[in-house]
Design a protein around this ligand. Structure first.
Ligand code: HEC
Length: 256
């Protein structure tokens, strides 16, 4: 007997584990955890602004770093606890979005200077802008680009126990970054609305991968903080599976 579409949809729904909702960012990381990531990105932007020629050459990388800064700034506003510049985190976000969009060297220098003044606490407090949807802060492709870079560090530092021990601080930063980025990525499931091949319950499946992405990133972070090499390695290994599965279904052909 042929099953109806509705029955098939129902059966494949049962085949999926129950979807755990993605927790709020404040339940995953604190603003203090994100602060060092922000400072690293600012240092990289600074390097690419050494002179006009460097800036022109670094165009794509610079744009990406500025979007990453915008994402982390919004994350500071939403994370647990507060740091010196939390009240102005969304002002930093908006300056960083402008920075990502400018092709003008002098304007870029001016914007980065203003960002540095806020983050170092030397800028007067201005009006606090409102929350933005994540996709208004930066497109998903920019989130994924950073996911890919951070993933390389994560994999490198769990390859051997002695790397894990020696580079615990870097691994901690990478695991915080991955948790934040996975959280952000989980808000945009538009790729599931036009899957490249027919997929049953596409949106639900996509959200499931997103939830696993967040969960495994957080598990990796917890393992790093506990000092458990085996758990960290296991979480990072499982994470690779989630990247691969989501991509296989929704974005086949991307190399990482
Ligand atoms: C829930 C689904 C999902 C998961 C999980 C996921 N991705 Fe993606 N990824 C996407 C989608 C969708 C895009 C396409 C974004 C776009 O172009 O708008 C993408 C794009 C990318 C890109 C291409 C970026 C570019 O420059 O065009 C890379 C690289 C990437 N992902 C790496 C990863 C890695 C590494 C992981 C795991 C650590 C991962 N992704 C996890 C859905 C996912």
């Amino acid at each position: 007997m042929r099953r109806s579409i509705a029955q098939l949809a129902f059966l494949s729904f049962l085949a999926l584990p129950v979807l755990a909702a993605v927790p709020k960012l404040a339940e995953l990381v604190s603003a203090k955890d994100i602060d060092p990531l922000v400072r690293d990105v600012i240092d990289n932007l600074q390097t690419d602004l050494a002179d006009a020629a460097t800036f022109r050459q670094a165009e794509t990388r610079f744009e990406h770093a500025a979007y990453t800064l915008a994402l982390y700034a919004e994350a500071v506003a939403q994370a647990n606890g507060s740091i010196a510049w939390s009240a102005q985190a969304r002002a930093v976000r908006d300056l960083a979005i402008k920075l990502a969009k400018t092709k003008n060297y002098n304007q870029a220098r001016d914007l980065l200077e203003r960002i540095k003044n806020v983050v170092s606490g030397t800028a007067p407090a201005g009006a606090a802008p409102a929350e933005l949807a994540w996709e208004e802060v930066a497109p998903l492709v920019q989130v994924m680009k950073e996911v890919n870079l951070v993933n390389r560090s994560l994999r490198r530092y769990v390859r051997r126990e002695r790397y894990f021990k020696r580079y615990r601080d870097r691994l901690d930063k990478a695991a915080v970054a991955m948790t934040v980025l996975a959280y952000i990525a989980s808000h945009d499931n538009s790729a599931a609305k036009e899957p490249p091949k027919p997929i049953e319950n596409a949106v639900q499946r996509y959200d499931q991968y997103s939830a696993q992405f967040v969960e495994l990133s957080k598990l990796a972070l917890d393992a790093v903080r506990k000092g458990s090499y085996d758990e960290a390695k296991a979480a990072v290994t499982k994470l690779q599976d989630v990247c691969a599965k989501c991509h296989e279904d929704f974005r086949p052909g991307i190399e990482f």
